[in-house]
Design a protein. Structure first.
Length: 266
């Protein structure tokens, strides 16, 4: 499977969003965009060659082509697709994304996101950018990572971490998390260790303390309110947890002031 590495940790810079109409002026187009990525959502059948590799275009497929790559389209009549030309940043770890793939059950939602970007462009570029950025992350998750050579996170681990984030204020047990994730207690423990290097309990503790540090440094919430918001309403236990995990009492952490990361949080 032909893939590209797409940095998605910062919003794209959009250059154009539109509907491309091809076919009437000729059945073949050969071109490249020297400085821009190409994102296309297709509603027709055609043939596409990307940097010498052939692909079949079918309704509901989406392509993402990096800058400076020659593409060759062979149409079968009038062909319309929604396109976005954009620049990607360089921050974070690039995502491995197939050059072309089927959107499957995400087709309707992805189409809506790109149509909203088209409706917003160019009068509301920030909204268009937000829609395209969300669409790019959706596209990056269409094909399971193991199918295109990237390291996959087990669905049970993803389900477990999502549950933990949503319920940090509550009492959580490993058996109930495992049940919600659809695996056994022991299996979740093994999967979690492989994916995060930590136990489920250790991960919960770390996430609670990270959230507590943020609230203590970036907000004026009372210390009892912070403790309750991270699922440790007992103030003595919360104080001990802060000293053990963060190296200072809640008041000491608050007195240190915001970190650069906290100061930009909302």
């Amino acid at each position: 499977m032909q893939t590209v590495l797409a940095p998605l940790d910062e919003p794209p810079a959009l250059a154009a969003v539109g509907i491309g109409v091809h076919g009437p002026a000729g059945q073949v187009d050969v071109f490249c965009l020297p400085d821009l990525w190409q994102l296309h959502l297709y509603h027709y059948e055609a043939d596409l060659t990307v940097d010498g590799t052939e692909h079949a275009i079918r309704p509901g497929r989406v392509s993402l082509v990096p800058p400076g790559t020659e593409v060759r389209y062979r149409y079968r009549g009038r062909s319309e697709h929604l396109y976005v030309h954009l620049r990607l940043g360089s921050a974070g770890t690039p995502q491995s994304v197939p050059v072309i793939q089927h959107t499957g059950p995400e087709r309707e939602l992805l189409g809506r996101q790109l149509e909203q970007a088209l409706a917003a462009w160019p009068n509301y570029p920030a909204r268009a950018t937000a829609e395209v950025w969300a669409a790019l992350w959706r596209i990056a998750r269409l094909t399971p990572a193991q199918e295109h050579g990237a390291r996959a996170v087990h669905p049970a681990v993803m389900a477990a971490t999502a549950l933990i984030e949503a319920r940090l204020t509550e009492t959580l047990t490993v058996p109930e998390i495992a049940k919600a994730a659809g695996v056994s207690h022991n299996h979740l423990t093994r999967l979690f260790r492989a994916a995060t290097g930590d136990t489920v309990v250790g991960y919960i503790r770390a996430r609670r303390m990270e959230r507590a540090r943020h609230f203590l440094r970036a907000t004026t919430l009372s210390i009892p309110a912070v403790a309750a918001s991270v699922g440790i309403p007992d103030l003595q236990a919360f104080n001990k947890a802060c000293r053990r995990e963060l190296g200072a009492s809640p008041r000491g952490i608050r007195g240190a002031g915001p970190t650069p990361r906290d100061s930009t949080a909302v």
